[in-house]
Design a protein around this ligand. Structure first.
Ligand code: 16G
Length: 250
């Protein structure tokens, strides 16, 4: 694998570790290093690139920090799966999003319960305090891999004909269920925040406690601008990056 790789240019003004890092990163992005494959030992790579072990280690450490590589104690360093790049412009469901990527969406319902809206939730959903809400907490997976945890809150009065239960949802799409109830979601407002996984999140998402996560808070509205759903989601930061196109203001 190392044979057809470029080498750093020692006369170039760029630091050597940075050149080595860029060469390895390009190979990952171009698919020469396949996701899941083990890269050569540091000693071998340092010799090939003709750099010190310290320089090589700095390049590798940055690629680990940026999510391109993962070190497994006693096993070596491996290429990570590329992150999902998700646009922030379109209102899609998790199911749609995974299908568009050619992946099989799946859900594990952690609980569905009925509760009364507290002041905070009432404010988010623009309902009276103590109004009945259905709370649905799910672990969402793509091709069997945990991606995020979603806790949705929906005012019960929206659900007229069918009850939202484990059986009625049966691992399927919540947005499809709402559409079958005649509820059409039109737009949403969302915030993203950085966080670190606590014990429960780490267990469900199969990541280390303290690993970076992204908290997304979304309120989804129908065409009358009435909030239908308020969601708290925890996304794996090692599997997602978000994308938005920006325009100049003037
Ligand atoms: C998305 C939504 C979530 C919604 C879910 C429905 C975020 C950031 N986005 O993941 O609000 O509940 O889709 O997905 O949380 P489903 O129709 O596949 O159940």
């Amino acid at each position: 694998m190392v044979e057809n790789r470029k080498k750093p240019d020692k006369s170039a003004p760029l630091p050597l570790y940075y050149q080595v890092k860029t060469i390895i990163k390009d190979k990952i992005e171009q698919g020469d290093y396949k996701s899941g494959c083990k890269i050569e030992p540091e000693r071998e790579l340092a010799k090939y690139f003709d750099v010190s072990r310290m320089t090589l280690r700095k390049a590798i450490t940055q690629l680990v920090d940026e999510g391109y590589l993962i070190r497994r104690a006693g096993e070596g360093t491996f290429v990570r799966k590329p992150k999902f790049r998700q646009g922030l412009l379109w209102l899609t469901s998790f199911t749609e999003d995974m299908k568009n990527r050619g992946l099989k969406p799946d859900s594990r319902t952690i609980f569905i319960e009925e509760d009364r809206a507290c002041y905070y939730l009432a404010d988010k959903l623009n309902i009276e305090e103590n109004t009945k809400v259905i709370i649905l907490k799910r672990l969402r997976k793509a091709d069997g891999e945990p991606m995020c945890i979603e806790k949705s809150h929906i005012p019960k009065f929206f659900l007229k004909s069918a009850e939202l239960t484990m059986d009625s949802l049966n691992g399927a799409s919540l947005y499809d269920f709402l559409q079958n109830e005649g509820i059409y979601l039109n737009h949403a407002r969302e915030t993203l925040e950085a966080g670190i996984a606590d014990q429960e999140e780490a267990g469900l998402l199969e990541i280390q406690i303290g690993a970076p996560v992204i908290y997304r808070e979304r309120t989804t509205y129908n065409s009358k601008n009435t909030p239908v759903e308020f969601v708290n989601s925890t996304y794996r930061a090692d599997r997602y990056k978000f994308y938005v196109e920006l325009m100049r203001k003037d």
